[in-house]
Every structure is written in structure tokens, then in C-alpha cells.
Design a protein around this ligand. Sequence first.
Ligand SMILES: [Ca+2]
Ligand SMILES: [Ca+2]
Ligand SMILES: [Ca+2]
Length: 388
Amino acid sequence: MHRLPTVSQSLRATTTVVDASLRSLLTGALCTITGRTQPSPISTAHTAATSLLRTSAKTIPTRAVSVALTNAQVAIQKVNITTGDSRRLYSVVHPYHPSGSFHDVDRINETHFLFADIMDDSIYIVNTSSGNRTWEWDAEGKYPKSSGGTYGEDWTHLNDVEMVNKTTFMASLRNHDRVVFINRQNGVLRNWTLGEEDNYSILYEQHNPDFIPASKGGPAILVADSENGRVIEYQRKNGNWQESWRWHDTRMQWPRDADRLPNGHTLIADTNGDRLLEVNQQGEIVWSIDYPGPYDVERLSAPAESSAGPSASSVGLTSRTPTSLNKGLAVANYHVKSVVPSLILNATLYALPPWASPVSGMAILTQSLLLVLWIILESGNYIIGIRL
Ligand SMILES: [Ca+2]
Ligand SMILES: [Ca+2]
Ligand SMILES: [Ca+2]
């Protein structure tokens, strides 16, 4: 995989924030985080922000981030994390689209960037020195329009792209529950596709798949299997994808990023679990902090995403599932998650403040529905009373 030390990552980000309390907790664990907290005046439709946590005075590399400047204009900017200085590299206006069209952008070299365009259901390479697209792949025509989400609105929800090598790219079609491989000459490599639409035993509306190459024990894909509430890895064996590792606990809820670090640990953004955590090779949590709605997390001292991390099978990572439950609220939350459809639960939690747990979220949703029902019934009685 050809990824550079200063590769841009995944960032629908807005601004630089140094959070002192988090900084003290993360000594030695230099991270960037994107999330739905939005302390910036820059507007975004899908609220996102980057918190750049600096724990030492050493030089921190520049990163490129995508930003939503207005409700119609999106851009990528090169940001010096140490100084906060930024330079716009490329921007476009989508007059009929809300902001946030660039759901992911990876740097190929100093001038060329790879985009995942969630509004256009496409991936493309842009030469930022000329502003021209040098290559493009569009999902239209490759999959039925009746598949995925609503065609023309949120059809594929193409939320991530990654360069596998100079000729092949990996993309995440969230609404199709698929990770696909796209060759520049031959298009989709069908026998490499991971997942199939509505087969939730494999993937269920995933985010941020990372490709682990053969040189690191792959081919493997580490992915946040969001609606299934787990982080999972698949290993390529005998021409098929086979599950090789999974991790989740009673708290995990709608994770949207997992990075395999060079030491075999896994860094996770647990979005509706409102925390960041790192698990070691034995599946134990080595540190965890509460953080509202994190979307993506990066260890700045490591290469981007999972590009320097080993596959689970090559180092024998231990899986973890919530077989032994904690007492109290954790048990209640776990049971709520087991009976409430994940799409409803996660949509509710996304709209509620970060303190809302699955139990409290369902209580608020139930009370709101009862209130609406009561208003409807009372309105009906009132109208009937008038007519009588
Ligand atoms: Ca990416
Ligand atoms: Ca990742
Ligand atoms: Ca990451």
C-alpha cells in the first residue's frame, strides 16, 4: 500500500482545538479526533470537528483535512498542526447539495488527492495544482438504483476510500453493506467484494475500512461494523474473506473507526459509546477516555490509519465479546441494544446529547412518541367535541 507519512485522512473537519483535559489524559498518545462536536463558526451540515491533541512540544506533521466552508462549498486544506496555519488546496461548490460532499480524502502525493464523494456516489483523483480530475469511478450503472438507500439522495453513502496500490482502490458503500475493490482498468473486482446488501452477519452499514496488505499479514480488512456495534476484521484466505478477529463490549455503540497500530493494538472511535479506547493484543482495554461522538481517531506518531499495523491473524489477536456482563446499567443497556433495531437506536442516540445511554435514549423516544400520540388523541377529541 503506497501511503505517505503525511497522508491526509478521513476528515470532514473544521478547526483546531486543543483540549487541555484530554491532553493530560493522553500523554504520549498523540491523536487527532473528528466528531460531531462543533466549536467552529464554519458551518457543516453533518457537524464535524477535529480536535488536535498535542501532548508534547515535538514537531507534529502537517495533515490535510476536508472542510465544509458553507452549506454549498467544500474544500480540503493543508493544516500545520503545530501552528494551526492552513492553506486551501482545492474547493468546489455543490449548488444542489448540502455541505460535506467530501466524506473522505487521502493524499496520494503532494498534488494528487483521492476523494470519496458521498453526494455523487463516486471516487476520484484530483490534481490540486490544476484543479482537474485525472480519474473517476461512479457507482451509477454498477449497482441497481433500487438497491442501497434512496437514489439521488443518499444512495450508496460512499463514506470511505483507500488506495490499495497504484491501480486499485478500496471503497466503502455503506448503504450496500459492502466494501468493494475498484481497478482503474477493470472496474469492480467482484470476487474481492466483502459483504452483501442486507446480509448483516458480515457487515451492517460499516465505516472506515482499512486495508492491511500481505506484507503486514494480510490481505485483511479491519472495519468499524457500525450498526452491528462491533469492530471486525476479515482475512483473505483461499479466495474468500473469513472473519479473523472481532471486538466489542457492552458499551460499544455505533463505532465508526478502528486503526491497527504498529504494536498490534487497536485504536477505536466508539461514536455513540462516546469514548475513545485502545485495546491490546489480548483484547484488554489499555486506556479509554470519554469523548462525545468521535468519528475518526488517528495516532499521530503512527502512519495513517492501519497502514503500519499487522493483521489480526499474523499476530494472533484475541477477540472479545460481552460474554460476561457487568451489573446495573451496562446490563440494561445491553438488553435494550439486543431488542431495539440498531437503526432506530443509533438514529435516536445521534440526535440526543452525548450523556444519553441506550436505556435513557429509548425512554426519551418512548415518552416523545406517547406525547405525540396524546396530542393526536386530544386533538381528535377536541375536533369531535366541536362537531357534536
Ligand atoms: Ca481513507
Ligand atoms: Ca481506520
Ligand atoms: Ca483513523
